[in-house]
Structure formats: C-alpha cells, structure tokens
Design a protein around this ligand. Structure first.
Ligand SMILES: Cc1ncc(COP(=O)(O)O)c(C=O)c1O
Length: 372
C-alpha cells in the first residue's frame, strides 16, 4: 500500500516521479497537433512501459500502440490495455521460429490483426505465413524501410518484399514504416520522402498500402504534416524532451517544446565535503542514459560541475564556494532528470505520480525487463 496524498518529500528514495500536470500537457500538445494535422498517433510503448499510460493514450485517441519487443506486446495484452479496434504493432523483427509461433498465437487468442509485426526479409515472411496457415489465420505485417538499422532499402527492394508478402497465403500486407529517428528537419524530410515514395511505388505495383508510419518526438510536427504519412510513432514526448533532458540527451531537436515530466527523487546521504554531495540514486536507478542527469532542487534546475553515477551512488560535484552546494543538506531530497527516459523507466517497478507536490497515484512499470 502506498500512502496516496503524502508529500513529495516523504516518498522513499530513489523513486521514479512523474509530474502529472506536465505529462498531461505533453499528451494534449501531441494529440491536438495530430487532430489538426489529420494524422494518426501510435505511441511507442517501449518508452513509457506502464499499462496506465498506454490506456490513457488509447483513451485520448491513439489508434494503437507500438512495442519494440514481442514480450512487451504480450504483457500489455495480458494487462488488457487494448479495446475496440486498437492493435499493437511490434516494430522489431524476429529471426526465431519460437517467437514467430508466439506472435501468431497471440493473434489466435486475441483475434486476427491484433498484433502486427514488422518484417525485413522473405525468409521471415515465409516463416510467419507458415505459422499463420497452421492456425488458420492471417498474420498482418508491415515492412520496415531501413534508416540505418534493420529493414529493407527504400524503393525496389521494399516493393519486391511487398510482392512476396502478398503472394503468401498466410499474410496480410498492411504497409511500411521508416522511423527516421530524432533527426533535424532537413534529414527528416529527406527520409520521409524515401518512405512515402516507396509506399507509392508499392501502390503502383497494385498493392494497397494502408499504413505509412514514421516520426519521433523530435520530428513529430515535420513528419506528422508530411503528405503521405498516415501515422506517427512518438514515445518520449510523454516525458518531455529538451534542455532539461528525458528524451535523447539534452538537445532540443527541431525546437520541440514538451515539458520535462520525469525525474528520479533521490536523497542526500553524504554531506561531509564542500565540493560534493552524494545521493542514493546511481546507475541502478538512472541507467547510463546518454549523458549524466541534470539536477533539480526545490523544483529549480541547478548548476553543478558534474554528476557521477556509480552503481548505487550519485555524486554531485560543485565548484568551491558554490551557493547551490551551501543550500544542500544531509537528508534532503532532490531530483535527477534522466537523459534517456526509456532506459531509466526500465530500472523501476513503479512510477510515482505527483500532482501539486503530493503522491496522486502509483503506476506499475508493466513491461519492465521485457527484452525478448
Ligand atoms: C521504431 C521506433 N519508433 C518510434 C520511436 C520513438 O521515438 P521517440 O521516443 O523519440 O518519440 C523509437 C524510439 O527509439 C523507435 O525505435
């Protein structure tokens, strides 16, 4: 039992905190944009991992969810987050026949088309089709168009794979995705062009392309307004991205302005030296992230020389005579803002939701540790 209503300062540390007002502000920004732009949103649940957040996003209009891993999809299905026509798209490919059987099994249990998957080659398509035929259903697939990781090259290779998919009796071809990453506007436009041109080439070959997906938190407005993109797949936006952190480091990509809603509450347990304080949040509570965390004291970002994380300690270093250091005392609770929200969330069992300085809810991190 958690004491709902207790003050922020009473929460046992280290604790992953979510500022409810900022979180809701971020969601409203993304979904009001999407309504205006006429683009669907399929949030990437690899970021936030909590069934409570999935449900909230589906309730406000997400058409479905993306997960990176099959086990994430499986766990969210068990949590019962999907309703109506909503579905889950697994964005990472499989090379393991056992996983393929599991994926098809989820569709047998939940209904055809409930869990889609991305593919990148003909062998995978054949294995999926065989497994689906065995169970008398069709597995729905999309093709990943590579932007430097998995996937097929844009153009002819993608068209050839789409033809292969449509030739297989156990598969239904739904579309393509070409996640462009947290890149600047120009690169996003170039990558979106490749994705949309490829979708049109597939259509020219006589194959219907329903889903054309791309887009990250940093590019949502560029990609979400790019003609021919039907859905965007951002994840980190719920926790913010920008100079305060929590997305991919501290860059504000394309001037996006989501509010930093995620932090780790940590207590000062070492206060004997004027050049540092030591807190109880180390790598286990923060993950290694992209950079060291930023530090917030009494709701304000503060300057320090460095934050060094070891397994269970966070050492915050200050210049000699620092005014901030003078304000910090043994037992005080401060916040670390992670530079990479997705890996930080994975370190915690629960998200402590805070409103007006008080604990408002505790949301389990439902897909914590789901790597398979
Ligand atoms: C395939 C894919 N789509 C979408 C996202 C979401 O990106 P962001 O968290 O920047 O919104 C990611 C994140 O890594 C991803 O790998």
């Amino acid at each position: 039992m958690y004491p709902i209503g207790q003050s922020l300062q009473e929460i046992e540390t280290p604790a992953l905190l979510l500022d409810l007002d900022k979180f809701e502000w971020n969601i409203e920004l993304m979904f009001s944009f999407a309504r205006k732009a006429g683009v669907n949103v399929r949030p990437h649940a690899k970021t936030f991992k909590a069934a409570a957040i999935c449900s909230k996003l589906l309730d406000v209009g997400a058409i479905g969810l993306m997960t990176q891993k099959l086990s994430e999809a499986e766990t969210l299905l068990h949590a019962g987050v999907l309703h109506g026509e909503k579905n889950i798209l697994v964005s990472q490919e499989f090379a393991d026949p056992v996983k393929i059987e599991k994926l098809v099994g989820m569709n047998v249990a939940m209904g055809e088309g409930k869990v889609l998957t991305a593919i990148e080659n003909a062998e995978e398509a054949e294995l999926l089709s065989k497994a689906a035929l065995k169970w008398g259903i069709k597995q729905h697939v999309i093709i990943e168009m590579t932007q430097g990781r998995c996937g097929v090259p844009p153009g002819k290779p993608a068209v050839d794979l789409a033809k292969k998919v449509t030739s297989l009796k156990g598969l239904t071809f739904r579309g393509i995705y070409g996640y462009e990453g947290p890149v600047d506007r120009e690169i996003a436009m170039q990558r979106n062009k490749l994705t949309v041109d490829t979708a049109n080439m597939i259509r020219k070959a006589g194959i219907e392309v329903e889903i054309v997906s791309a887009g990250s938190t940093g590019t949502y407005h560029v990609t979400g307004t790019y003609p021919g993109i039907t859905e965007i797949e951002p994840g980190s936006f719920v926790f913010g991205v920008g100079p305060e952190g929590t997305g991919y480091g501290f860059k504000t990509v394309n001037d996006v302005s989501f509010k930093s809603s995620l932090s780790v509450l940590t207590q000062i347990i070492g206060d004997n030296f004027s050049d540092r304080v030591v807190t109880d949040a180390g790598l286990k509570a923060m993950s290694s992230g992209f950079d060291a965390p930023r530090v917030r004291v009494d709701g304000e970002l503060v300057d320090c020389e460095a934050v060094q994380l070891s397994e269970e300690h966070g050492t915050v270093r200050f210049a000699e005579g620092s005014e901030v250091r003078k304000r910090l005392k043994w037992g005080q609770k401060i916040e670390f803002i992670p530079s990479h929200c997705c890996t930080c969330v994975n370190q915690h069992d629960n998200i402590f939701v805070v409103k007006d300085g008080k604990l408002a809810a505790v949301w389990p991190v439902t897909t914590r540790g789901k790597y398979t």
